[in-house]
Design a binder for this molecule. Structure first.
Ligand SMILES: Cc1cc2nc3c(=O)[nH]c(=O)nc-3n(C[C@H](O)[C@H](O)[C@H](O)COP(=O)(O)OP(=O)(O)OC[C@H]3O[C@@H](n4cnc5c(N)ncnc54)[C@H](O)[C@@H]3O)c2cc1C
Length: 206
């Protein structure tokens, strides 16, 4: 596993000062900003991403890396089912191993009441084509032989994913840069340039 900060072979830092204009300026190079830049470039926009430090050097490299459909709010389910497909596609669009593993996620249940709550959620998974299901007490014990204590069962989603955050986000930034996004590290945005109540530009430390 590369040590953090993970440096790409081809730096994503844009050489020189930020460009004078762009259709969209994305402020912040975490997972949200990087994906916003990538998909706006794919939608035909000229995009500049300004990151005050390094790509993914804040929360987006410190999380657990789960790409989880299981247990989501019903309104999030279509988004997460789509994200599950997108992450697998993106992993194939970079020569960097982003550590993507389809290892599934399982929530253990100690009580029948917890099982009932999981069963109540299952229709949301089915409605979105997600493979969540309930494991019986015996299936749970067989799936996790090291478990101590008795569990009433579990909710499991075999298609759920995990990626290595501090490798994946710079790798996605490299895809965005390859497809035309201009990515500037070490450039904080100090404020917005407002004209007639609309954002006309951004003021950067550069
Ligand atoms: C303990 C923990 C575990 C988690 N586990 C998971 C998980 O398993 N799965 C999951 O999906 N989510 C998980 N999350 C949530 C996830 O980490 C965050 O939702 C996500 O990283 C937020 O991304 P972001 O791009 O919005 O923010 P950030 O990663 O914080 O990115 C914001 C970026 O903006 C930059 N910035 C800020 N101000 C400026 C400025 N003025 N100019 C230029 N740049 C600026 C910052 O430097 C930073 O790089 C977890 C969170 C925590 C706390």
């Amino acid at each position: 596993m590369p040590a953090f900060p993970f440096t790409l072979d081809k730096p994503v830092t844009y050489p020189g000062p930020p460009p004078e204009r762009a259709d969209v300026v994305v402020i912040g190079g975490g997972i949200i900003g990087v994906c916003t830049a990538l998909f706006l470039v794919r939608a035909g926009r000229s995009v500049v991403l300004l990151e005050k430090g390094r790509i993914a050097a804040e929360q987006s490299s410190r999380n657990w890396g789960w790409i989880r459909q299981q247990g989501r709010d019903p309104d999030e389910m279509p988004i997460m089912a789509r994200a599950n497909v997108l992450w697998q596609e993106l992993a194939g669009q970079t020569n960097i191993d982003i550590g993507l593993v389809q290892g599934g996620i399982t929530y253990l249940a100690r009580t029948e009441a917890e099982i009932a709550a999981y069963e109540n959620w299952l229709p949301h998974a089915r409605a979105n084509g997600v493979d969540s299901r309930i494991l019986s007490a015996r299936e749970t014990a067989e799936a996790f032989p090291g478990l101590t204590g008795r569990f009433a069962g579990a909710l499991t989603t075999p298609s759920d994913l995990r990626a290595e955050p501090w490798v994946a986000v710079p790798a996605l930034a490299a895809i965005a840069a390859r497809e035309g996004a201009q990515i500037v590290e070490g450039c904080a945005v100090r404020g917005l340039d407002l004209a007639a109540g609309r954002a006309a530009g951004v003021v950067t430390e550069a």
